[in-house]
Design a protein around this ligand. Structure first.
Ligand code: AMP
Length: 120
């Protein structure tokens, strides 16, 4: 799947639509999810144009991958989630039900988060 430069997170990176920014460095931008699923729900996105976890893990440089995942940890620490804890999640593809085609990690926290997946 080719990267769509008109996806909503690309527009946020370019400053074309607003976000509630919580962290930014050379590799990543973190902002509040517009439809939070927990008391804390933040998205962390790489600054490079990667569609998904599959794309990022396969095509990004070691420096981009290290910088991005260090940023995820830094965001969680900044939000004081390391203790009591938090959850990260990245959806990919149809079964993962990814909606926005720019790789992103969700950080959830602020309460006990319950089981990882509900039975359907
Ligand atoms: P996913 O299903 O993993 O692709 O998640 C996409 C997430 O992006 C959802 O949790 C949405 O609520 C969130 N989202 C979509 N548009 C925006 C936006 N403009 N600002 C912040 N979060 C957004």
């Amino acid at each position: 799947m080719a990267y769509d430069p008109e996806n909503v997170f690309a527009k946020i990176l370019r400053g074309e639509i607003p976000c509630t920014r919580v962290y930014e460095d050379g590799h990543a931008l973190a902002f509040e999810d517009i439809n939070p699923q927990a008391p804390v729900h933040v998205l962390v996105i790489p600054k490079g144009a990667y569609v998904s976890m599959d794309d990022f893990s396969g095509a990004a440089s070691d420096a981009e991958i290290a910088g991005f995942f260090r940023a995820v940890g830094a965001v969680a620490r900044q939000l004081e989630l390391a203790n009591p804890g938090y959850r990260i999640l990245a959806n990919h593809g149809d079964d993962g039900m990814q909606e926005v085609p720019h790789f992103h990690v969700h950080i959830f926290g602020g309460r006990k988060l319950g089981p990882m997946l509900k039975r359907v």
